[in-house]
Design a protein around this ligand. Structure first.
Ligand code: GLY
Ligand code: MN
Ligand code: MN
Length: 431
């Protein structure tokens, strides 16, 4: 493992919390992620399914977890199934988890081999009435590929059509949305690595470099600092590319006088960070770029104050959009009069800011969380206002990850440079 082992108390507590939510005579079943084929005999790098990691800490495919807190057989209240040892696989792919290791990592006492799953489940289903199945219910999730939890759900529903089936996703979402101390430390570590990569590129960027060269600097810093990689496809967007919200080609030459927008975040121990910064390619903002930059920065600072218990991300979005609207008027993009006469369904600011400014971050960069749910201490949510003025080749986004507490919001990216003068000073070259 690249990161120090996380105490299994964390995974045990997560299972206890979930077990406490399961009604009597019900069990919950979770599948590990499958290895995703890339082509022929190649696979994408393995990434554990987030809920499975949250409940077990196990980073392997072909594993299952069954939680059955009211099981009459105490030994079977928690069962973790792992792939049976396969000497050929071990020869080609390396170390396979032993049962003892799986127990040490997860804290689960009863470990069985995956080929016993069907038989054990059959025994448990005999006394259980209801089964919680875990589908990916993220609103924007859409895929033609059935993941391992979907396959498992289909299989169990077909085999036991007379049991009751319930959704595990809302339970997991309710737990994961509040981060424990352990999780906050891991997210902080991810943020810290992201910050180090940003400092590195501030020393590297200059006209004539290519976006992919900048990405290579980030990749290098992530790797030597033990990140697993990027928490999402990094955006390294110079000039007009800064106005493409999800630009990930990262292939263009950086030109003097242009801005360079970054949106990247390290993933550490499966926990994400999500940062945006915008810098001048030649180390000095033009007057107009600086005016726009300072407008976004002011809004970032004001909006961060909204990250307190009771507010919702929906309210934060709406309030922040209004703040950006006022800045856009000052920047001369439209008039206050025009705003008064705008159609409420298509406000003028949407031409220059088309995205939300707040989402949860955790095991997933877009972690589950309902937008009408009042914020609570322990939530980690991005604050990411931006402005995209295509006709001026100006795209600016500034994004921090904010921890909600009982008191003031805590910016987990506070040490990462963001003031315009600070950025310019750090980019100074002594040729
Ligand atoms: N990096 C994706 C986002 O900012 O939401
Ligand atoms: Mn981002
Ligand atoms: Mn974000």
């Amino acid at each position: 493992m690249r990161y120090p082992l996380i105490s299994n108390t964390f995974f045990k507590q997560n299972r206890e919390k979930l077990s406490g939510l399961l009604p009597k005579d019900s069990l919950a079943v979770f599948a590990a992620a499958a290895n995703m084929p890339r082509n022929g005999d190649q696979f994408f790098p393995f990434r554990q399914q987030s809920d499975f990691f949250y409940l077990t800490g196990i980073e392997a495919e072909k594993a299952f977890l069954v939680l059955y807190p009211s099981c009459p057989e105490p030994e079977l209240k928690e069962v973790l199934f792992i792939e049976a040892y396969n000497p050929v696989k071990a020869t080609w792919d390396g170390h396979m988890l032993s049962q003892q290791e799986a127990s040490n990592i997860s804290g689960v006492q009863t470990i069985r081999k995956d080929d016993q799953f069907d038989a054990v489940l059959r025994e448990l289903m005999h006394s259980a009435q209801a089964v919680f199945l875990n589908l990916n219910e993220y609103p924007k999730y859409h895929t033609v590929i059935a993941d391992s939890n979907k396959l498992l759900a289909d299989k169990i529903k077909a085999a036991y059509p007379l049991h009751d089936f319930l959704r595990a996703a809302p339970l997991l979402e309710g737990l994961r949305v509040i981060k424990s101390e352990t999780e906050i430390k891991l997210i902080e570590q991810a943020c810290q690595i992201t910050g180090k990569a940003f400092e590195r590129v501030l020393r590297f960027v200059e006209p004539g470099k290519y976006e992919f060269e900048v990405q290579a600097e980030i990749d290098h810093e992530f790797t030597i600092r033990r990140a697993q990689g990027h928490a999402y496809a990094p955006i390294i967007a110079g000039g007009i590319n800064s106005c493409v919200l999800h630009y990930t080609d990262n292939e263009s030459r950086l030109e003097s006088g242009d801005l360079l927008l970054f949106d990247f975040g390290a993933e550490y121990a499966n926990y994400a960070s999500d940062m945006s910064r915008t810098i001048p390619v030649n180390g000095k903002f033009t007057d107009r770029q600086k005016d726009c930059y300072l407008a976004v920065l002011r809004v970032l600072k004001q909006a961060t104050k909204l990250y307190v218990p009771g507010n919702t991300t929906d309210q934060i979005n709406k309030t922040t959009w209004k703040m950006m609207e006022a800045e856009m008027i000052d920047l001369g993009l439209f008039t206050a009069e025009a705003v008064k006469n705008q159609h409420p369904e298509s406000p003028l600011y949407q031409k220059y800011l088309m995205h939300g400014v707040a989402h949860h971050v955790g095991l997933d960069v877009h972690d589950p969380g309902l937008k009408y749910q009042p914020l609570k201490p322990g939530m980690v949510i991005t604050c990411e206002p931006g402005i995209y003025i295509r006709e001026e080749k100006i795209g600016i986004r500034l994004e921090n990850d904010i921890l909600v507490t009982e008191n003031d919001p805590v910016n987990l990216m506070a040490p990462i440079p963001i003031e315009a003068d600070e950025i310019e000073n750090l980019m100074q070259r002594n040729y």
